[in-house]
Design a protein around this ligand. Structure first.
Ligand SMILES: Cc1cc2nc3c(=O)[nH]c(=O)nc-3n(C[C@H](O)[C@H](O)[C@H](O)COP(=O)(O)OP(=O)(O)OC[C@H]3O[C@@H](n4cnc5c(N)ncnc54)[C@H](O)[C@@H]3O)c2cc1C
Length: 342
């Protein structure tokens, strides 16, 4: 049995784990490590501060399936729809640009429920707060070092974190990248933005004519969502939640600032935009340094093989594009590389 380590419990990592289990069943021992305290990555759902409030999606907001991807990823879409993880988006989103024939979906339990669904299907051993710092070749295996705790040995490693975080890894990976691969990875670019969640007490009324809105021409705020409402998930008796995404120029301008210093600026802009908003009982601010991929790895099949034997593969949205279907494409492509090597 081969030991496979997937680094990253975001959508790409969870899909890799799930697809590997389905294809290879008991021929692989699957292990997933993530440096965070929970799964989701950029599809993270922030838990409410107490049970009287509703959760909030800090990263990805909804899933848009183009007709072509609805067809090519049909089995995954129907799996998520039939298990209730996805539901059609019914609430109004102001400023949403509709593509011809595309369908939008929301996640009643939050975006991280998509990731959790695939992780639970994978039966992988899942470990949080495991921050990978280096990869060293030891004969036919990889020794994987982490920030705290002993290193472990695996036969195959799949890295799914954002590319700049892959390039920070110590050990043999640096020398194993060809000149061309390094140049391709160096060229990857991400947008940056801040997200702010506001949690309101039960009984608070948001009185907004939309479930979410793209804000044009605001230097700070690009998007606001009455989050549970957008997800068809308003629970009577629970306080609503609101999510704000900043514009990309604002994110870039404040990229090196502490989120604690940026939060009051966002709040001030928000109350200017929506003066009737009640006061929240809690907030959570997130800096997305690597938000969405602006420049992906060029002419890439969805993954990059850094080393064949033992196999080391990089995957994630930077190897395709930044959305649900981009992660599916990358996971499918990484799957084929792992299957071929085993
Ligand atoms: C603000 C925002 C809005 C978005 N909106 C949408 C949307 O509406 N619809 C849509 O489809 N997509 C949207 N996206 C894009 C989508 O979220 C991403 O394309 C997708 O989540 C990427 O998944 P991933 O698994 O490739 O990477 P990630 O989700 O980034 O997962 C990588 C994981 O690796 C972990 N990690 C990193 N370094 C290490 C390390 N050294 N050791 C261990 N673990 C590590 C991280 O903690 C993370 O969990 C949005 C993204 C953002 C940020």
């Amino acid at each position: 049995m081969s030991r496979v380590l997937i680094v990253g419990a975001g959508l790409t990592g969870s899909l890799c784990a799930c697809l590997l289990r389905r294809e290879l069943q008991s021929r692989v021992e699957l292990v997933v490590w993530d440096k965070a305290r929970g799964s989701g990555g950029r599809m993270s759902t922030s838990r409410p501060p107490d049970p009287t409030c509703q959760s909030a999606d800090l990263g990805a907001q909804y899933i848009t399936a183009t007709p072509a991807y609805a067809q090519s990823h049909h089995s995954l879409y129907s799996e998520l729809l039939s298990s209730g993880v996805l539901q059609p988006l019914n609430a109004p989103i102001e400023g949403l640009r509709k593509q011809d024939g595309s369908r939008d979906y929301v996640t009643p339990l939050g975006m991280s429920s998509v990731v959790k669904h695939f992780l639970s299907q994978s039966g992988a051993a899942l470990f949080f707060e495991r921050h990978v710092t280096g990869l060293y070749r030891r004969g036919a295996s990889w020794e994987v070092q982490r920030r705290a705790g002993p290193s472990e040995v695996f036969d195959v490693v799949v890295l799914t974190m954002p590319v700049p975080q892959i390039l920070q890894l110590e050990g043999d990976i640096g020398q194993m990248l060809s000149e061309q691969q390094r140049q391709q990875l160096d060229r990857v670019r991400y947008s940056s933005r801040f997200a702010l969640a506001l949690f309101f007490p039960p009984g608070a009324v948001l009185s907004l004519p939309w479930a979410a809105r793209y804000v044009p021409d605001n230097p700070c705020i690009r998007y606001v969502a009455a989050d549970a409402h957008k997800r068809n998930a308003d629970v009577p008796g629970r306080g609503p939640s609101l999510v704000v995404h900043t514009s990309v120029p604002f994110g870039l301008e404040h990229l090196e600032d502490n989120k604690e210093d940026v939060q009051p600026i966002i709040l001030q802009e928000l109350y200017q935009l929506l003066p009737d908003l009640p006061q929240p009982i809690a907030t959570k601010c997130q800096k997305w340094r690597f938000s969405q991929v602006l420049t992906a790895v060029p002419s890439c099949p969805g993954h990059m093989t850094v080393h064949q034997q033992p196999l080391l593969v990089c995957a994630g949205d930077a190897f395709s594009h930044s959305n649900f279907d981009g992660c599916v494409e990358s996971a499918l492509s990484a799957l084929s590389a792992v299957k071929a090597s085993l």
